[in-house]
Write a protein that binds this ligand. Structure first.
Ligand SMILES: NC(=O)c1ccc[n+]([C@@H]2O[C@H](COP(=O)([O-])OP(=O)(O)OC[C@H]3O[C@@H](n4cnc5c(N)ncnc54)[C@H](O)[C@@H]3O)[C@@H](O)[C@H]2O)c1
Length: 320
């Protein structure tokens, strides 16, 4: 596996500038490409501001700013930048034809071993396989905004992506401190399927006049959203009880008649097998003897830490 010294990022917008920043902070040289100098100057300004704010927040030392900035080169010449890149990350607008054209060009202009990653939020990675002679080098790496801070990167191979490309992407993400997690390619992947389902329900609640956007935000942030940075949906289901979840779905489906509340066969099977979660020492996870008690203590520790942070945030939000 060749060492990655230079990363090419295509698109210097909302995501692209943050992507360039995180590589540069971690010692990797970056070429950042966009369509004109105004857009590149904007990206340079954003990165400079972000780094200065990181210094203010104590995230990096002041003497790290200039070396980090000097690791990012800005250019409108994609062809030239592609020639020297060891790894490419495409972050142009969510437009399938535009992305396909860029992958077709990258296939011609990059060196043969170079992995070609896309930051698409929704397109099935298999969409890109036909556009180059090198589908084995194309991979989805879906970052989350703001990419310089949010840990997760979904690693999404197409059916043609090589094992080497997958390993290159995962190794690089780990090297810059990210949390790469593999998933299969399908429209929306994992996180956006869940996130968009939640947003659709929030929109429906406001459309039905149940409450306001502000109140929905407040309820989500202070309830299940409060727990979500500590536990995922299956861990939370295990804590609440699969039987309780199943009963809620049955009632909601009966009353609201909406597909998204139709009781899940997977959940029903858990209930039938007695895998109710922490209370039966077995749910979507298995809890060895004594583990349920230890889990509860661990949960309280994590949630009190978040509660302290939440209270601090409440104070500053009131001031703003
Ligand atoms: N914004 C988010 O929260 C978010 C989160 C995860 C993934 N994504 C994905 O990341 C990608 C980029 O999103 P964004 O929010 O940064 O979009 P954006 O509109 O802010 O930026 C896109 C940039 O690409 C540039 N661009 C367009 N055509 C180009 C070309 N031919 N060559 C070079 N640059 C070109 C544009 O000028 C623009 O600066 C999309 O695929 C999006 O779905 C976005």
């Amino acid at each position: 596996m060749k060492e990655i010294k230079e990363v090419l990022i295509v698109g210097a917008g909302t995501m692209g500038h943050g992507l360039a920043q995180v590589f540069a902070v971690n010692g990797v040289s970056v070429k950042l490409v966009d369509e004109n100098d105004d857009l590149l100057n904007r990206a340079q300004r954003w990165i400079t501001d972000n780094l200065n704010y990181m210094v203010e927040l104590g995230e990096i030392k002041k003497d790290k700013v200039q070396p980090t900035l000097s690791r990012v080169q800005y250019t409108v010449d994609l062809k030239q930048a592609a020639r020297t890149a060891d790894y490419v990350l495409e972050a142009v607008n969510e437009n399938l034809d535009l992305k396909k054209r860029i992958f077709q060009q990258l296939g011609q202009w990059t060196r043969p071993h170079v992995a070609l990653a896309t930051n698409t939020s929704s397109f099935d990675i298999n969409e890109f396989s036909a556009v180059t002679a090198h589908p084995e080098r194309i991979i989805g790496t879906h970052w989350f905004h703001p990419p310089q801070i949010t840990p997760c990167v979904e690693i999404i191979p197409s059916s043609a992506t090589s094992q080497e490309t997958i390993e290159v992407a995962i190794d690089l993400m780990r090297r810059i401190g990210k949390a790469p997690t593999r998933c299969r390619s399908a429209p929306g992947f994992v996180a956006n399927r869940i996130q968009m389902a939640m947003a659709a329900e929030a929109l429906a609640i406001v459309e039905e006049g149940l409450t306001t956007p502000e109140e929905v935000d407040q309820i989500v942030r202070t309830s299940f959203g409060f727990r979500l940075s500590a536990y995922g949906p299956f861990q939370i289901c295990d804590q609440a009880g699969a039987d309780t979840y199943n009963t809620i779905y049955e009632y909601l489906y009966g009353k609201l008649k909406r597909e998204q509340f139709k009781p899940s066969p997977l959940l029903k099977k858990q209930v039938e097998q007695g895998y109710l979660g922490l209370k039966t020492n077995h749910g979507f996870y298995e809890y060895k003897k004594g583990a349920a008690e230890a889990m509860k203590r661990e949960r309280d520790k994590k949630l009190y830490a978040r509660l302290r942070l939440f209270r601090e945030e409440q104070k500053t939000e009131k001031k703003i």
